[in-house]
Write a protein that binds this ligand. Structure first.
Ligand code: AKB
Length: 316
């Protein structure tokens, strides 16, 4: 029986793009998408889809066995801002979701990808060129769930030999799908508003510097770490991966080069406090040395590409 790849949480910002890319690389019928909601319009008719709750581990295990799933990408989670609003349900989804899938990976011998985040760091962490191994005292529900998740991943690897691989994503920016509930979401919304109304009100202050990554780089990093030989994955908690850092003021200036009458104003809200607890830049030398991570997009190249694509209708 042919082997399959399963993406859980396929409707999200990363999920929609990751499923599309995996289907391009591995064949449409070999990549199964699942989400708690109905299939995302971008994925309709492009391959197998099941509507399933990640917390229903019996249903997920059934899909894994029936389809000979050998790799799972677990993307179902709530992001930082939403987690602060829905503390208990966020913890349940982010933590019980991971533990259930770690058990399936252990029982069925499946390789697992699970995303961590810059949110594992907190206000006591060195914020500039944040090392791979340093103080991790997150003060957000999301960050606590990501830190606990990293510890669980390493534990399942050491105790049970689960082949789990993980990246600490910075803020992710893409043109195909929008994020929801994150602190770094402004860096996507700003493009849509720049094109729609030529102005944007940022919920982070002008000089809030955060690590960011363009989606094509994020997809390469994600599939890249899953594809390398197991012995090259030396860190089984989660790898720092970096591409660029910028502030709302800097991205606005870059967009203004393409849309000269674009203007930005600043009205920081509760997300400012979250952003202020996160790194400003990231040392990802372990990922570069261990399994060859290398980013391609900086702020200039990403802005060109985002505006080019957002001016065009999205191809189904
Ligand atoms: C968020 O802003 O919550 C996420 C993240 C950095 O993990 N994009």
């Amino acid at each position: 029986m042919k082997e399959s790849i399963l993406v859980i949480g396929s409707n999200g910002q990363i999920g929609t793009e990751l499923v599309t890319e995996l289907r391009r690389q591995y064949g449409e019928s070999n990549v199964i998408a699942t989400d708690i909601k109905e299939a995302h319009p971008l994925l309709l008719g492009t391959g197998p889809f099941y509507q399933v709750d990640v917390l229903d581990t019996h249903a997920v295990a059934d899909i894994v066995r029936k389809n000979n799933v050998k790799q799972i990408y677990l993307l179902a989670a709530l992001l930082s801002a939403t987690c602060e609003q829905k503390v208990k349900s966020a913890w349940r989804l982010n933590m019980d979701g991971l533990l259930g899938i770690l058990d399936i990976a252990r029982e069925e011998g499946v390789k697992l990808f699970w995303p961590s985040s810059i949110a594992v760091f907190g206000p006591t962490t060195p914020r500039v060129n944040t090392p791979q191994f340093t103080i991790t005292e997150p003060n957000t529900v999301y960050g606590i769930s990501k830190l606990a998740g990293e510890r669980w991943c390493e534990y399942y690897h050491q105790k049970f030999g689960v082949d789990v691989r993980s990246l600490r994503y910075p803020g992710l920016i893409g043109w195909k799908s929008e994020p929801g509930g994150g602190t770094t979401d402004y860096a996507v919304h700003i493009f849509h508003e720049a094109i729609r109304s030529h102005k944007y009100v940022s919920f982070l202050s002008a000089d809030t510097l955060l690590p960011m990554m363009y989606m094509p780089d994020a997809l390469r990093a994600t599939i890249g770490i899953m594809d390398v030989d197991a012995e090259r994955v030396k860190i089984r908690s989660s790898y720092n991966v970096a591409a660029m850092s910028f502030t709302p003021r800097e991205i606005a200036a870059e967009i203004s080069k393409h849309i000269p009458d674009f203007s930005i104003s600043y009205h920081p809200d509760s997300r400012q406090q979250i952003a202020d607890s996160w790194p400003q830049s990231f040392d990802d030398s372990s990922a570069r040395t261990d399994w060859g991570w290398k980013h391609e997009f900086d702020l200039v190249k990403m802005t060109d590409d985002m505006l080019l694509h957002l001016h065009q209708p999205i191809a189904g």
